[in-house]
Write a protein that binds this ligand. Structure first.
Ligand SMILES: *Cc1c(COP(=O)(O)O)cnc(C)c1O
Length: 390
C-alpha cells in the first residue's frame, strides 16, 4: 500500500524552484547578491549580528574552530551522540578531541557530567578544553546558560552545533542568537529543517570572529581596504593573509535556502504537531519517548524512541530490520562517535561514555518531515506496535 517512507525528506515548492531558476538566468551563479541576502535573512531570523554562509556545516565548524584559535596541542570537547563532523573539526585543526557523556533523558550533552569532568581535569592538572561543541540534539536546545557559566569559570569558548536546531528556542531565545556562545553553526543538508542542497552557516555577534571566518572561507583572501596589511598597488589588489579554503556557498544554493527560510516557522510547527501525535500514539508502548524541557521549543529534526532491550539485546536490530523490510526508513542517530574505528585508534573504547553507549543500543529515529502524512505515521506506529508486542 505505502511506498518507502524515509526518515527525513526535503520539501521543495514551486517558489523554491523559481528562485533557483532566477539565479540561473542571472549574471552571477556564485559570489552574487543572493548569498549576502540569505546571510542577512538568517541572521535577522535568529537574532544574531553576523552570518557567514559556507558550503556545509562541516566547513562552518572547521572555520569556526580556526577563528577561535584552536590548533595543535589544544582540546575540543563534544558529545559522543552526534554526527562525526562535530568532533572531526578539531582534528582538521590539528587539535585533540574528547567527549562528555549525555543526559539519559534529553540525550544532549550532560551539564553535570561536563562540570564534573572539568573539575576533575583541573584537580588532576589535565588539559582543559579550548572549545566546547554542544549539539542541540534532535532540535532540543542544550542548557546554554549553564554551559556559558562553566565557560567563564574554566576559560573555554562555546561553539554550538545547531545543525538540527534552526527554528528552536529556549526561554524564547532563538537558537543561533549566540547569546551564550561565541559561534553557532547551522546545516542546510536536505534532511535538515531547511535546505540549500548542501550548505551551512556560522552565526556570531563578534565582528572579529565574523571577519576571520569570512576570510577563511575564501582562501584566506581579503580585498577590504581597511583590513589590508600593505598599501593597495592598484584596483586589482587583494591579499592572502592566512591559509584559507574555498568553502563558498553558491547563489543557486542561497536562493533555495532563502526561499525555504520563508517556511521555517511552518515547518517547525508541523514537525511539532507530528511529534505530539507520535507522543500520543506511542504512549502505551514500553518505549522511552523524547523529553522536551519546559522552557524549550524543539525544532524536532528527529523523533527518537528508545526500546528497552535489557531482556533481549537483539531486539533493537530485529525491530530495525523489520521496519526497514516494511519500507519504513528508520535510522540510528547516532552510533557513539568515540566507538568509530577511526576514534578507537585514538584510544577511545567501549565503556568510556556509558549513557551514550546504552542510548546507541536502543535508539530508533522514526520518520519525521513536514510532508509526512497521518496515514504514513499510522503505518509506522502500527508496525512498531506489532513488533514490540511480539
Ligand atoms: C548534518 C550534521 C552536520 C554536518 O552537516 P553538513 O552540512 O552535512 O556538513 C554536523 N553536525 C550535526 C549534528 C549534523 O547533524
Amino acid at each position: 500500500m505505502q511506498k518507502y517512507i524515509p526518515y527525513g525528506r526535503q520539501d521543495i515548492s514551486e517558489a523554491d524552484i523559481n528562485a533557483v531558476v532566477e539565479v540561473l538566468r542571472s549574471d552571477l551563479l556564485t559570489q552574487g547578491p543572493v548569498v549576502p541576502a540569505f546571510e542577512q535573512a538568517v541572521a535577522h531570523k535568529v537574532d544574531a549580528r553576523h552570518a557567514i554562509a559556507v558550503n556545509s556545516a562541516t566547513s562552518a565548524l572547521h572555520i569556526a574552530c580556526l577563528a577561535l584559535g584552536l590548533g595543535q596541542g589544544d582540546w575540543l570537547w563534544t558529545t559522543p551522540n552526534t554526527f562525526v563532523a562535530s568532533a572531526n573539526c578539531a582534528r582538521y585543526c590539528g587539535a585533540n578531541v574528547d567527549f562528555v557523556d549525555i543526559d539519559s533523558q534529553t540525550w544532549n550533552l550532560s551539564v553535570p557530567a561536563l562540570a564534573a569532568k572539568l573539575q576533575h581535569h583541573r584537580n588532576e592538572g589535565k588539559p582543559l578544553p579550548k572549545v566546547l561543541v554542544p549539539v542541540h540534539f534532535s532540535g532540543q536546545p542544550t542548557e546554554q546558560e549553564k554551559i556559558w557559566e562553566l565557560a567563564q569559570e574554566f576559560g573555554f569558548k562555546v561553539l554550538e552545533d545547531a545543525s538540527h536546531g534552526i527554528g528552536a528556542s529556549s526561554s524564547g531565545e532563538p537558537v543561533g542568537s549566540c547569546r551564550w556562545s561565541a559561534i553557532t553553526v547551522f546545516s542546510f543538508h536536505p534532511v535538515k529543517i531547511i535546505t540549500s542542497g548542501e550548505g551551512g552557516m556560522a552565526l556570531t555577534n563578534d565582528e572579529e570572529l565574523a571577519c576571520k571566518m569570512s576570510i577563511l572561507r575564501m582562501h584566506g583572501i581579503t580585498r577590504e581596504l581597511s583590513r589590508l596589511e600593505r598599501e593597495a598597488s592598484g584596483p586589482w589588489y587583494y591579499e592572502q593573509q592566512t591559509l584559507g579554503f574555498n568553502y563558498r556557498m553558491t547563489d543557486l544554493q542561497a536562493a533555495l535556502g532563502l526561499s525555504q527560510l520563508d517556511r521555517l516557522e511552518k515547518y517547525v510547527i508541523r514537525r511539532n504537531q507530528l511529534a505530539t501525535r507520535y507522543d500520543e500514539l506511542l504512549k502505551d508502548l514500553s518505549l522511552q519517548q523524547p523529553t522536551i524541557q519546559p522552557d524549550n521549543r524543539s525544532s524536532f529534526h528527529l523523533y527518537v524512541v528508545r526500546l528497552p532491550t535489557r531482556e533481549n539485546p537483539n531486539k533493537h536490530r530485529q525491530v530495525f530490520e523489520a521496519l526497514r523490510q516494511a519500507g519504513i526508513g528508520v535510522n540510528l542517530h547516532y552510533m557513539p562517535v568515540h566507538l568509530q574505528p577511526d576514534y578507537c585508534r585514538l584510544g577511545f573504547s567501549e565503556g568510556m561514555f556509558p549513557e551514550a553507549e546504552a542510548y546507541g543500543k536502543e535508539a530508533i529515529s522514526l520518520p519525521l518531515f513536514p510532508k509526512l502524512t497521518e496515514d504514513q505515521q499510522d503505518c509506522v506506529v502500527n508496525h512498531l506496535q506489532k513488533l514490540i508486542n511480539d
